[in-house]
Design a protein around this ligand. Structure first.
Ligand code: PGA
Length: 220
């Protein structure tokens, strides 16, 4: 059976108290082996979330929402791969919010992929169209296909369209393709059932613990 990745991208949300409430609630759901849940908290909560999951022996993995394109050194404000590796195994790269709001170029995204692989982190590279796939290097990656029209809009992409694009992405660059964009507890199964999709990246609906639990319960 293929393992489904369920990723919770908290974006720029949550304080420590809020993260604790979320973890207390979400840890009540018992997860089957077929699901791999990865939480992407903001950097400020990495230590807390990774400690909480370790101390409570939870089957959650942790990832960051970004990574420095450089190694350690004089790069004010950046967090590098070695620093991330102390707390996390996964890294989100090239989210459309970073491409749009922070002007991330394909070149920077490729450097970030290189740094994460060199640091033994697993990159999940976000793309919103096939052109962005073509600008990536040749290595096999986990790709999150997230059409802009579906992110935070409540208008998820039609599952058959997602399956067809995911098929093209897989033949171009990916080992696994996950889907993101207005995923919720009601539609999660429609995406996980697709033969070219290996998981979902959830933004808005991952913030509230009961909405996220609903996604987890409907994912298996
Ligand atoms: P959304 O966000 O689930 O709120 O649409 C998805 C994402 O930005 O990864």
């Amino acid at each position: 059976m293929k393992k489904m990745l369920i990723a919770a991208n908290w974006k720029s949300n949550k304080t420590k108290i809020e993260a604790k409430t979320w973890l207390d609630e979400v840890s009540k759901v018992s997860l089957p082996q077929s699901l791999e849940v990865v939480i992407f908290p903001p950097f400020t909560l990495l230590d807390f979330v990774s400690n909480y999951t370790r101390e409570n022996d939870l089957p959650f993995k942790v990832g960051t929402q970004d990574i420095s394109p450089f190694e350690q050194g004089p790069f004010t404000g950046e967090v590098n791969a070695n620093q991330i590796k102390e707390f996390a195994d996964y890294v989100l790269i090239g989210h459309s919010e970073r491409r749009t709001n922070f002007g991330e170029s394909n070149e920077t995204i490729n450097k970030k992929i290189e740094r994460s692989l060199a640091g033994n982190l697993i990159p999940i590279v976000c793309v919103s169209n096939l052109d962005q796939i073509n600008s990536l290097g040749s290595q096999e990656l986990i790709i999150a296909y997230e059409p802009i029209s579906a992110i935070r809009t409540g208008s998820p992409e039609d599952p058959s369209e997602v399956n067809s694009i995911a098929n093209q992405i897989k033949s171009a660059a990916a080992s696994r393709v996950i889907y993101g964009g207005s995923v919720n507890g009601e539609n999660v199964r429609d995406y996980l059932n697709l033969n070219n999709i290996s998981g979902v990246l959830v933004g808005g609906e991952s913030l509230n613990p009961s909405s996220f639990n609903n996604i987890l319960k409907n994912a298996f």
